[in-house]
Unconditional design. Structure first.
Length: 209
């Protein structure tokens, strides 16, 4: 197995994976719609940093321990579900507050650091990420090569590709952020995104490894 053989299949797989809806996409869409493209950048970077850390853990064999340990997987699953449920409930709370007041308040601005940490936590607290990287990367890493180095390199490539795609998505949504921030539209968006995040949290909580 060499790099020329691996790259086309790896890039195709990454593109297909990036197009799959999930917590990361929901978080990016919500933030770009309500706060604009620039505000979504740290969220994207936090999500991709979490992915890269999981990939390094896979290369070092740590992700395999999480996938194989029922206790570790359960703890991670509970934490991941709590993070997603917390984000979803916060969105519902924003809708409820808006409906109570005569003039809905604009969404609170969150620091870039806070948005980065939020994205990082969503990715690191996702037990499916551990299972995914453990199953995905070995298909493209030679058994007789430096596993950690190969994994780190391929993960860096995936991060670059996904970051470009996610920022493009955020830019497309961010162009319409003025429309999304209209009180009625914002309430509907918060309600829908909150429901999606809660549903994802419930799915993480009840799904077995």
């Amino acid at each position: 197995m060499d790099l020329v053989t691996v790259l086309p299949a790896f890039l195709l797989a990454v593109l297909l994976i990036s197009a799959t809806p999930g917590p990361a996409m929901a978080l990016i869409l919500r933030r770009a719609a309500l706060r604009g493209t620039r505000a979504a950048v740290p969220t994207v970077l936090g999500l991709e940093a979490g992915l890269y850390l999981w990939a390094l853990a896979a290369g070092a064999g740590l992700a395999a321990l999480v996938a194989a340990s029922e206790v570790a997987y359960t703890v991670l699953r509970v934490v991941g579900a709590a993070v997603l449920l917390g984000l979803g409930l916060r969105a519902w709370w924003a809708v409820w507050k808006d409906r109570r007041g005569a003039e809905p308040e604009p969404p609170r601005r969150r620091s870039s650091g806070g948005a980065f940490v939020e994205g990082l936590l969503v990715q690191l607290a996702n037990p499916k990420a551990a299972v995914f990287v453990f199953a995905f990367y070995p298909q493209f890493v030679p058994q007789d090569g430096p596993v950690l180095a190969w994994t780190a390199g391929l993960a860096a490539l995936q991060v670059v590709v996904e970051t470009a795609l996610c920022l493009g998505l955020a830019a497309a949504v961010g162009r319409a952020s003025g429309w999304f921030r209209r009180p009625r539209v914002r309430r509907r968006l918060e309600a829908v995104s909150g429901t999606v995040l809660v549903a994802l949290g419930v799915r993480v909580a009840v799904t077995a490894p």
